[in-house]
Design a protein around this ligand. Structure first.
Ligand code: 1YM
Length: 635
């Protein structure tokens, strides 16, 4: 009768309603690649998490099925299935077919909606982008089902049996014509579920992968406190974990924090309504402000900071910190390029207040933790001051003006930086050969005394006290750090030329680290090179060949029948006479050089951190892991 007919016309409405989603899926789920595909899962899981945050659901299970479908099940109240007399549609159908119906629908008293957040486009978008979707609701003593194809209902919701429990299950088959892939990734889902489990303490999240048989379950009694514990599990920590959890003016603030002892990395992860905010925002600002203020206040009261001392700054708080800042806001405003930054101004003051109060109490109640934490911040503060003083000294000494070029520098005659090259050479003897072998018109030589790097555990700021580094800064002419000016660069090609042995590698690592940290634009602009001197000289009669690696050596030996007496391995640049150095390594017509990329420099920086930092274990691990690969070690 007429009921069925009404149903047909409402189908057309749904088709029209969801049409924009199928036309521009990227607008709703960000992209149609693997990321967008997984977004479908997050949308449905978010609804279950909302139900858990409202206090009704305790268990959420995600299953990745063999047929590339995914189902999400919770034990909440179940989406209402009663038919609205006017529309003739159930709430369930509305949630799954009307855009944005997932959010506010159902009344304000249900608390924060994840779906009000960053992408939170609701279940209807998942429905629109699925070949098929099946919803099963256990509620009011019955099992109710409704199925859809590309967002369009097959029929109205139907009661198919009895149920003694409550809950919602949604299974969907992503539309393979909409996505570049429909293959869900176990680890991606696993990581997301783990994170969500931390953020909503007390709920159990289960993942089952029927394709591989893998499964995992997460339950964290301590919530974000457990998260901090997890992040710090590999390091020694300073004292207990600080934790604050309070609702002020409808904004729920939860913060957990702990410092690591021998690690200097910073890890502060922020969330708004369980959505990661990688760009931070007002919640992060509030946290940092309170942290700095309270640490200074406590340090002064305890006279760890004396009257004459200046306050610790924001930047001194970050070495070794691990913190999670999670806020729940009724109407979050997201800003920034990727809409991943919280803009609500009221949140700043609220987070500040909650953290300040709780942190002050925590420090008073845990004096040992407090002292350890403050000492860590003081260390950062002192290092910062030392670096600044060292820099000021160098600048005062005339690096800026480039007036007093170092005596060791054998400068070139050209004054055109575009044509000029600076060879940084390891050792005085190689420096001597290089000076004789160079083209003095455009090639300058700066010899560095052998081991500039003999101070184990040297912090990078200590190298400012190093005469060799000072010489380098003055020779380059750019100054460093804040006063760096690339337009003053005296040589457009800076070539690092070190021996092909361990000491040479050390010096190269130090130089690259220094350039990376203090003269980064030179690397970005491609001004820095590594010279590649040959490793072998091969000789037969009067003929000479050079080999730059073992493979090449073997090939040349075989090709020309070279005897072992005719094979010479260069142990250092100093063994080469000026002519050899010129014809193999310095003459632009034949030399080989590698241009240093940011990636090379980042690696050097990391190596330096591991090798020279105060952590012993990573250094040990690093050396052990490399030991196998070291071949050209000359002992
Ligand atoms: C597998 C996905 O969607 N669970 C879920 C959704 C809802 C409820 C319970 C719910 C909410 C409310 C009242 C309320 C939703 N309901 C709505 C709507 N799991 C999943 N579990 N009763 C049940 O918010 O007041 C939208 S989502 F619109 F009906 F309120």
């Amino acid at each position: 009768m007429s009921g069925a007919k009404t149903y047909d016309s409402s189908n057309i409405q749904i088709l029209e309603g969801l049409e924009p989603v199928r036309k521009r899926p990227g607008m709703y789920i960000g992209s149609t690649d693997e990321r967008g595909l997984h977004h479908l899962i997050w949308e449905i899981v978010d609804n279950s998490i909302d139900e858990a945050m409202a206090g009704y659901a305790k268990n959420i299970t995600v299953v990745l099925h063999e047929d590339n479908s995914c189902s999400v099940k919770d034990d909440g109240r179940g989406i209402p299935v009663d038919i609205h007399p006017k529309t003739g549609k159930s709430t369930l159908e509305t949630v799954l077919t009307v855009l944005h119906a997932g959010g506010k629908f159902g009344g304000e008293e249900s608390g924060y909606k994840v779906s009000g957040g960053l992408h939170g486009v609701g279940a209807s978008v998942v429905n629109a982008l699925s070949n098929k979707l099946e919803a099963t609701v256990h509620k009011d003593g019955g099992v109710h089902i409704q199925s859809f194809k590309r967002g369009v209902p097959d029929a109205q919701v139907e009661k198919v049996g009895k149920a003694s429990d409550t809950g919602t299950t949604v299974r969907f088959w992503p539309d393979d014509t909409m996505f570049t892939t429909v293959d869900f990734d176990y680890d991606t889902v696993l990581n997301r579920l783990r994170q969500q489990a931390y953020l909503t303490r007390g709920i159990t999240l289960t993942l089952q992968d029927e394709r591989s048989g893998k499964r995992a379950r997460f339950y964290f009694e301590g919530g974000i406190k457990s998260y901090v514990f997890h992040l710090n599990r590999r390091d020694e920590a300073i004292g207990d974990i600080f934790w604050a959890d309070k609702n002020v003016d409808g904004v729920q603030v939860e913060v957990a924090m702990q410092y690591k002892k021998d690690d200097y990395t910073e890890k502060v992860v922020t969330f708004v309504n369980n959505i990661h905010t990688p760009e931070g925002g007002t919640h992060l600002v509030g946290f940092r402000t309170a942290l700095t203020r309270i640490v200074n206040k406590y340090a002064r009261e305890q006279e760890i900071l004396k009257e004459k001392d200046s306050n610790l700054g924001n930047e001194d708080m970050s070495e070794g910190i691990t913190a999670i800042v999670s806020v729940k806001v009724a109407e979050p405003q997201f800003e920034g390029q990727t809409k991943a930054k919280l803009g609500n101004s009221e949140v700043r003051g609220i987070v500040d207040r909650v953290v300040a109060e709780a942190l002050y109490d925590f420090l008073q109640e845990n004096p040992k933790t407090a002292r350890g934490l403050i000492e860590k911040c003081l260390l950062a503060f002192r290092a910062r001051m030392a670096a600044r003083n060292a820099r000021d000294t160098i600048i005062r000494k005339g690096a800026l003006e480039g007036m007093t070029l170092p005596g060791k520098l054998a400068d070139c005659s050209s004054r055109d930086p575009r044509k000029s090259e600076l060879y940084i050479v390891e050792g005085d003897s190689a420096g001597g050969s290089a000076k004789q072998g160079r083209d003095r018109e455009f090639q300058a030589i700066l010899p560095l005394r052998g081991k500039i790097l003999n101070t184990e555990q040297a912090r990078i700021d200590k190298i400012f006290g190093n005469q060799e580094i000072k010489n380098l800064i003055i020779a380059l002419g750019t100054s460093i750090g804040d006063t760096f000016d690339i337009s003053k660069l005296r040589y457009h090609r800076i070539v690092i030329m070190t021996d092909a042995d361990v000491d040479g590698a050390h010096i190269r690592t130090l130089l690259l680290t220094f350039l990376y940290r203090y003269m980064r634009p030179l690397i970005d602009a491609g001004n820095v090179f590594i010279a590649l001197p040959p490793l072998y000289k091969l000789q037969k009669g009067k003929q000479v060949w050079y080999a730059f690696n073992d493979e090449e050596k073997l090939r040349l030996i075989a090709e020309h029948g070279i005897s072992s007496e005719g094979t010479q391995r260069y142990k250092g640049l100093g063994e080469m006479n000026p002519d050899q150095l010129k014809e193999t390594t310095m003459d632009p017509a034949v030399r080989k050089m590698n241009r240093v990329t940011v990636l090379d420099a980042e690696r050097a920086n990391e190596t330096f951190r591991v090798l020279m930092g105060e952590e012993v274990m990573p250094r040990k691990r690093f050396i052990l892991s490399r030991a196998k690969h070291v071949t050209n070690l000359d002992i």
